[in-house]
Design a protein around this ligand. Structure first.
Ligand code: ZN
Length: 402
């Protein structure tokens, strides 16, 4: 269907109504005023284009998962969804579709046999092996690296910060990805970090990994409007250093870029570097959304209330951060997480998050109870049956669907 065809059909409908008016002996102009409403293409409303669907979104059937497709189309028109006749009520239509593989197109076609078909096509992802899981990502890391490089302790875990994380791993099996800067901006940069701990990094890489986050803490939003080449060059520089001092087992591709703001044109180059998931807040801000990799409003609005969304153009799945520990007091942690575990659209994947600087007493916004906040969040999701995963492994940390 193109615009010309649409206009032609509307013209014919209008002309028909006008002719009818003349036959009935009323002024033609009045008939045109009550002409048939403009014919519109069908619109699939649920699922959303790019939706990541799991067992909470449908019914298990032989060889697949049955999901309900709901939308709007001109009243009275026949609508088919993936070839099956949809049920109609007024402008609404609904039909059931069985997902059988990782990616499924859903096509709604409206129109009578005499008309050129009008259609709306979306695609969805079926996370068929999905299990409740959580990931823990810590942003803005650099102080602990500077501390270890200066003090040269015997063990990495002589650093109190890494010791806190190690204790959480021992207690709950928690896994952490630390997103790091190239430089603290006050004389310490990654090339100053010794490679003497390489064996220890490797030994702990099943639960502790390092990833690029930004070149430095300042300026804020460094990649919001940077050319993708600048972001990729900074990523490569940090990855090279992680490889040097911590080995390939410890290197992971980033899942959070500083401030979660990039040009959308950077998404594909990031995918080509191995990035598969990008986390952000996707939070409303005025008439728009923020901390969302500059994603469009419709998809940001969806992510604000859902775990994840696939961007088919880049291949990247976007994940919404569920809790920011440094911004959530201990007594608010469970009340923040608990409602998310009850909503099928947010219950499956807990994207847990905080920032390194709040651990350090010299930091102006130091939080003496920061470690307790992490313990409270991890304890709660563990008790609810969530498994620790890394987002950079498999599909959102789960088994890759096929
Ligand atoms: Zn950051």
């Amino acid at each position: 269907m193109n615009l010309q065809q649409n206009e032609r059909r509307n013209f014919l409908k209008t002309a028909g109504a006008a002719t009818g008016g003349i036959l009935l002996g009323v002024p033609a102009i009045k008939s045109i005023a009550v002409a048939t409403p403009t014919s519109t293409p069908p619109q699939i409303e649920t699922p959303f284009h790019g939706a990541v669907l799991n067992h909470r979104h449908g019914k298990k059937v032989a060889g697949g998962m049955l999901v309900r497709v709901v939308g709007q189309a001109d009243a009275g028109e026949k609508v088919t969804v993936n070839g099956l006749l949809a049920r109609r009520k007024g402008r609404a239509f609904e039909a059931d579709v069985v997902l059988r593989k990782k990616e499924t197109p859903i096509v709604a076609v409206a129109g009578n046999a005499s008309e050129q078909a009008k259609k709306h096509e979306i695609r969805v992802i079926w996370d068929r092996y999905s299990r409740p899981r959580y990931r823990f990502s810590i942003d803005d890391n650099s102080f602990f690296l500077r501390d270890i490089a200066r003090k040269k302790p015997k063990s990495l875990f002589d650093c109190f910060y890494l010791k806190i994380l190690q204790d959480l791993n021992k207690s709950f099996g928690a896994k952490f990805t630390l997103n790091i800067y190239y430089t603290t901006g006050d004389g310490f940069s990654l090339p100053d970090f010794p490679d003497r701990y390489k064996g220890q990094w490797r030994d702990n890489s099943d639960w502790l990994t390092l990833a690029f986050h930004a070149r430095a803490d300042k300026p804020d939003r460094p990649y919001q409007d940077a050319p993708p080449e600048k972001l990729i060059a900074d990523l490569d520089q940090v990855s090279e250093q992680i490889l040097r001092f911590a080995g390939e087992e410890t290197l992971s591709m980033p899942t959070v870029i500083h401030w979660a703001m990039t040009r959308p044109s950077a998404w594909r180059p990031l995918y080509e570097r191995g990035v598969r998931v990008l986390s952000g807040y996707f939070r409303p801000h005025g008439n728009s959304y923020d901390i969302n990799y500059r994603m469009d409003n419709d998809r940001s609005a969806y992510l604000w209330k859902h775990d994840a969304l696939m961007d088919f153009d880049s291949g990247i799945v976007f994940s919404r951060v569920d809790i920011i520990c440094n911004a959530t007091p201990v007594d608010k942690i469970v009340p923040t997480l608990e409602p998310l575990t009850n909503d099928p659209n947010t219950a499956e994947i807990m994207d847990i998050f905080t920032h390194e600087q709040y651990f350090w007493p010299f930091y102006q916004n130091y939080l003496p109870d920061h470690a307790r906040r992490l313990d409270t969040a991890i304890r709660y999701v563990t008790e609810q049956g969530y498994e620790p995963i890394f987002f950079h492994e498999g599909f959102l940390g789960g088994k890759e669907p096929v």
